[in-house]
Design a protein around this ligand. Structure first.
Ligand SMILES: Cc1cc2nc3c(=O)[nH]c(=O)nc-3n(C[C@H](O)[C@H](O)[C@H](O)COP(=O)(O)OP(=O)(O)OC[C@H]3O[C@@H](n4cnc5c(N)ncnc54)[C@H](O)[C@@H]3O)c2cc1C
Length: 282
């Protein structure tokens, strides 16, 4: 059977686009199916969705020929992790581990845009935007994917990278078990008194982790998990009160000077596919 592609990837977020770029760069024919549009170039203030890419993930992205904009990413060279109750504290140094850095912090949208720029350069990759899967059919030689735009694609392998509520996972009959942590995270971008930090700082509390992630220049991203009620109360604070609360909870060594763009609180829950062994994020 003649397939359209070696591999079809459903979902062009960070994960799907990274895989498409990597296997496309290696010469495989890839069809990337994305329900939205190709991402737009990020500009202006930093977005609230920030991710750390560890050194190995960064190497994976770079090996696809993707160029990441250094001015919108921040390397981290120390990892400071502790329990709030004082029962444990670890400080890791990249230098002591024989590395230049442990990885980078980068906006999700900046990473996704850079990957899509690379996809456009790769003749082996075809992006199908504004369409989604309706059905998959297995044949003896491969798999067919029916799309809601009337097209049917075929490949030897179809990869589901369509996020936490994956349609492809449902079509494949993989169930999930879900549970709620009863925690909510508030994400806040702040300006810091000190210039660019290189420490990824995280404290585990009985009501969830709090973290300070460095961004370029005098910026950082705070991730503040707490009970649902405490987070809702914190969302009602005015800027001055929120700033005071931040200065109480986050390290004095990296004193925050002004909070900007507190993000919508996101509920914290985990869905673990029963057929796959997976770790909940942090
Ligand atoms: C506060 C917070 C902080 C986090 N920090 C980190 C971190 O530091 N490091 C880390 O590794 N992870 C982190 N995570 C987790 C990380 O955000 C997710 O694991 C990551 O976004 C998953 O990327 P993805 O590409 O798989 O999915 P998504 O980003 O959800 O992308 C899915 C893509 O598939 C498309 N899509 C969806 N459905 C369909 C469909 N039916 N058909 C076609 N296309 C479809 C969507 O439009 C989207 O483009 C964090 C999460 C949160 C909430």
């Amino acid at each position: 059977m003649q397939h359209n592609h070696d591999i079809i990837i459903v979902g062009g977020g960070m994960v799907g686009a990274a895989l498409a770029a990597r296997v496309g760069h290696a010469g495989f024919s890839v069809g990337l199916v994305e329900q939205g549009d190709a991402p737009a170039e990020p500009s202006g203030d930093y977005d609230l969705r920030i991710s750390s890419l560890n050194a190995r993930s960064l190497a994976f992205v770079k090996a696809s020929g993707t160029a990441l904009p250094e001015e919108r990413s921040c390397p981290f060279r120390h990892i400071d992790v502790s329990n709030q109750d004082g029962t444990g504290h670890s400080l890791f140094s990249a230098e002591e581990s024989g590395m230049d850095d442990f990885g980078i912090f980068i906006e999700n949208r900046t990473l996704q845009y850079a990957l899509w720029q690379r996809l456009e350069q790769l003749p082996s990759v075809t992006c199908y935007t504004q369409c989604a899967p309706l059905n998959t059919i297995t044949s003896s030689t491969g798999r067919l994917l029916e799309l809601d735009n009337g097209k049917t694609l075929s490949a030897r392998l179809i990869v589901g990278a369509d996020g936490a509520k994956s349609t492809l996972r449902e079509l494949a009959g993989i169930s999930v078990s879900s549970y709620d942590y009863h925690q909510r995270a508030m994400i806040i971008n702040v300006e810091t008194e000190l210039p660019q930090q290189d420490v990824s700082w995280q404290v585990f509390t009985p009501t969830g982790p709090i973290a300070m992630l460095p961004l370029p220049g005098h910026r950082a991203s705070l991730v503040w998990y707490d009970t649902e009620q405490a987070t809702q109360d914190r969302e009602q604070l005015d800027d001055e009160a929120l700033k005071a609360a931040i200065e109480m909870a986050f390290p004095n060594a990296w004193v925050t000077s002004s909070a900007s763009s507190p993000g919508p609180a996101s509920p914290s829950s985990a869905s673990t596919p029963t057929a796959i062994s997976a770790n909940a994020w942090r």
